[in-house]
Design a protein around this ligand. Sequence first.
Ligand code: ZN
Length: 136
Amino acid sequence: MNEKEIKNGCKGNSGTSLMGYSKDLFKKYNYTCVYCGNYFGGSFENWMRLTREHVIPVSRLTGDDAKYKNYDKNLRVACLTCNNLANRKTYNEFKGLPIDNRIVKTLEAKKIVIKERRDEFERFYIKCVEKNMDKD
Ligand SMILES: [Zn+2]
């Protein structure tokens, strides 16, 4: 540990997600991915796979919606895999709804899209990777 780390203790570096501003969020949602439901607590390697998830991406919160950029109901925890699989599309069909409803609808839509992608990867894994994994 360097001098700065000792001085900060568990406050961490507020400029980073893992060591700073997401620490309480991860705890609030029990280190569990909102999309796949997998638990990422219990070890350093699991913790390193956690990300701060904006259900409605910040880039979509413009104009009158800009005030919701740090809205806590829009913040969740996602694992790196699900975060990478998350569809960045706008979900324009929810645009006219009040923000809380938009978040719920967007979350439901993303859960479906991410589950379909995960299932697709899993089928590929079972068919093409798993049985060959331990062979030379
Ligand atoms: Zn996940």
